[in-house]
Design a protein around this ligand. Structure first.
Ligand SMILES: C[S@@+](CC[C@H](N)C(=O)[O-])C[C@H]1O[C@@H](n2cnc3c(N)ncnc32)[C@H](O)[C@@H]1O
Length: 257
């Protein structure tokens, strides 16, 4: 998307205190914030990157949101994977156009939209139908209704129907229980990636990968640290606050048995 902003598009507003708001533009609508009321019609038809003045005289920066902005601001049911990890997952699992990816569970759809935007086809397995609907709505709002995306309401630990998969991405509590099914559903050379909040779960997964023997190799676990910096002329230093921990990424290659 580029050019003038249109009704129906989502925009990101940033207020003078750097608070961020995601909204969908509608003719005749108003948006109420702590820093004043904004009229959508003042935004529609203009370029992004502009400052808009609200009712209290304060200014808001208007931009089209990045995928990272959307993930952090979109409605969520389940906890999303954070952008720093989403970026790393694309490289660690080597996600690319035309791949067939199985994802479980889909949660709020943050990983789904990241993988779909990279050009892959996604089949999602999800236990909860309300989360599946939320993920579907988030993907449609971000990428449109025609994405190659299907969600099935089912438990991934009870088996995987797809075969010849390029990638399996797991963000659910017991990925170690999925290893036998993953061994038959991934094509040789395919990649399994699991995202886990604790090292205990990660150790169970690594043990299951080791126990599976020949079908899996090159197992690797990593975590991503992101530290932002405060940069002003006479004060250049790391920011005081950072997110200390999100999750561990574990990858393994499916080998030829
Ligand atoms: C943390 S959320 C996933 C968030 C998602 N990766 C995102 O970025 O938005 C974990 C999801 O896994 C689902 N889940 C848990 N166990 C599952 C299983 N055995 N099979 C399928 N889905 C499962 C949960 O219902 C939940 O929606």
């Amino acid at each position: 998307m580029h050019g003038a902003l249109e009704a129906g598009e989502r925009v990101l507003l940033i207020d003078p205190k750097e608070r961020r708001y995601l909204l969908t533009l509608m003719s005749g609508a108003t948006f109420h914030t702590h820093a004043g009321v904004l009229t959508h019609d003042d935004i529609i038809g203009g370029d992004e990157g502009r400052m808009i003045t609200g009712s209290t005289g304060r200014q808001f920066l208007v931009l089209r949101p990045t995928l990272s902005d959307i993930v952090l601001k979109m409605p969520r049911g389940a906890q999303v994977i954070y952008p720093k990890d989403l970026g790393a997952i694309l490289i660690a699992a080597d996600i690319g156009p035309g791949q067939r990816v199985l994802e479980a569970g889909v949660g709020s759809g943050a990983l789904s939209m990241t993988v779909l935007r990279a050009g892959a086809t996604v089949v999602g397995y999800e236990l909860r139908s309300d989360f599946a609907e939320r993920a579907r709505a988030n993907v449609t709002a971000t990428l449109g209704p025609d994405m190659p995306y299907r969600i099935e309401i089912r438990d991934v630990t009870e088996g995987i129907d797809e075969v010849g998969l390029d990638r399996i991405l797991l963000d659910m509590p017991e990925p170690h229980k999925v290893i036998p099914a993953a061994a038959t559903s991934l094509r040789p050379g395919g990649i399994l990636l699991a995202y886990l909040p604790t090292i205990n779960q990660t150790a169970l997964l690594r043990q299951a990968l080791d126990d599976a023997g020949v079908p899996f190799g090159l197992s690797e676990t990593q975590e991503i640290m992101r530290r932002t910096w405060h940069v002003e002329a006479r004060s250049v230093r790391p920011d005081h606050r950072m997110v200390g921990h999100t999750g561990f990424l574990t990858t393994a290659r499916r080998l030829s048995a």
